[in-house]
Write a protein that binds this ligand. Sequence first.
Ligand code: GLA
Length: 725
Amino acid sequence: MAILFDKENRVFSLQTANTTYQMKADEHGVLLHLYYGDRVEYNMDYLVLHQPRCFAGVPYELGQDRSYSMGVLPREYPTVGTGDFRNNALIVRNTDGSECCDLRYVEHHIEKGKYQLEGLPAVYATQQEAETLSILLEDPITKLQVKLLYGVLEEEDIITRSALIINGGQEQVVVEKAASANLDLLAGDYDLIRFWGRATMERQFERTAICHSRQMIDSNRGHSSHQYNPAVVLAEKNATEDSGSCYGMLFVYSGNFLFEAEKDQFGTTRATMGLHRDGFHYPLAQGETLIVPETILTYSNQGFAELSHRYHRCIREHIVRGMYQHAVRPIVLNSWEAAYFDFNGETIYQMAEQAAELGIDLLVMDDGWFGNRQDDRTSLGDWKVNEEKLGCTLGELIQRINDLGVKFGIWIEPEMVSEDSDLYRAHPDWILKQPNRNPIVSRDQLVLDFTRKEVRDCIFEQICAVLDQGNVEYIKWDMNRSLDDIYSAKTLQGKVTYDYVLGVYEFAERLRERYPNILIEGCCGGGGRFDAGMLYYTPQIWGSDNTDPIDRIHIQYGTSFFYPISANGSHVTDVPNYLTGRNVDMSTRGIVAMEGTFGYELNPAKLSEEEKKVIKEQIKTYKTYAKLIQTGKYYRLTSPLEDKFAAWQFVSEDGSQAMLNVVKIDQKGHNEFSYIKMKGLVPDAIYADAATGQSYSGAALMNGGLPLSVWMRVHTSYQVVWNIV
Ligand code: GLA
């Protein structure tokens, strides 16, 4: 039993293999948070002190008892108007304009299996793998109800949280803010790790103290964003890769989000994850429900590596679906950095010929194949194959490519429309746009109002008509701008950002259902919508438009804290790199791209014979070790922010095989000695280098480490596979 209820004390315990999460419906019906940490089999309510605190507001019903204040107690789902001045999880504007909401316990249910959320992505699990606890809270005056949902995946040490906001009253109310998870940590001094960035520099690791202030990490761009990823770690000061306590909060959502952290006056830390307030005013008529997207929690007492392993497994086994969930992903050759818009059917075919020669599985025809699209200023929304440009039908092109033994994939950007398009000329009212103002233009494109079914249907039908022309086996779903103009001609203003994301999910689900054999790779101007929500529909996401391997090391380092290697689209591209001008050798480019789903984005016809030889070797290596890379335990061995070399490692579940990757990222004269300490090996086993036969014990490799040559030059790399002998 993962979920226990102590009836006498009204204490709920969510037990996983290594953790305990506890809360209590106290004698006033207030749901208090008691504990989240190492597993205990004990009632932890003694931790909560009831002692008078200066300036604390006391509920009226308690009369002169000053020892009870909601502004001091640890709360499971804090609301406004209750004497709690810290961040809150929920704000609802009542019919009379007041915002007070005082939630008290009504009932609860414990069930086998994991709850699901209608229209939203969520962790899934079998009846044996998970249990669900739902706790119903209600405001006795307004009858507003909140159903808190907890999914417990015992073996995975994962707890999920979501909330249903239900209008149980007679008249309309407006939800102004709603979170799915709140953590009140009674003691401890925490750092906050967030993954910030910008287009082409996504998910940069940053660790700072949670001090006496309110901090927030958010996106109000309509997508989860390049700027902040909806994933944070709260780490005790001494937490490192291998030791110390840390908590992860991962929002399973692709739109606006808000994470808030606050260390309060008495040293407790509150962390809240949920929907953003900006532009959000969600009306609920009598009986209506708002579903708040899910947050995935874990607690690790063994540092970040363990935390990452749990999220990697959870995403691989309980978020990603479909035939590519466990399948080795195809190695792709993508036309974008190879040709941009400058291609025709013959050049695409020639790239496929080169792909076949090199051993690449799939050719992707990126942007530029439809309407009159010769640059990025036109034709989005007109999803008709430009047969004049291709010199043949799409079906013919695909057939010729398949005849080479190469699969075919195609790029789409369903949510967007160009001003210069037949679709926009016919339906200028189908975009998101403020009334009586010109729209804001970004990359010369406008955002279609995906809150509207007729808009989605029109795009869906057009895209299906393309996909039905041949054997398409891969789609790259792009999204190349943020949502600036939050206003829909049809959907109520305060619902637009939320309903937009529901529209995206509905479209994605329809696409998956109709084409279950197509692999969909998400993309958003690189990695601007890289989140667990999209991974429910698209098993992999293009990591970044930055393909420079040295920058990519930083991007992939940050990405790896929450997202598995199989989620990260990563390619080898040409040098000098189009963004940074760096000229990194082919071997290092390959090793870095192998920290992802692997592929190429260059024109092989321009490569030297020597480079082609290296590529063939890379492909052989990747195919041999694809399972190890995509599903093995991933370890960060160094930090690219602090160390002169980046090192990471994949280890099979049983520890019998490991792949070590090292890239020298910085160089000074006469290098210091460097040793890389491997992780996760069997200490008393002997591991041999698959290429040279040189062997060491697991303990030696982990404790003494492997010496790097002092002559290793900047941006060169080293990859070695170890097998137990
Ligand atoms: C975005 C993607 C690129 C490419 C272009 C095409 O920027 O991230 O990989 O597909 O769009 O326009």
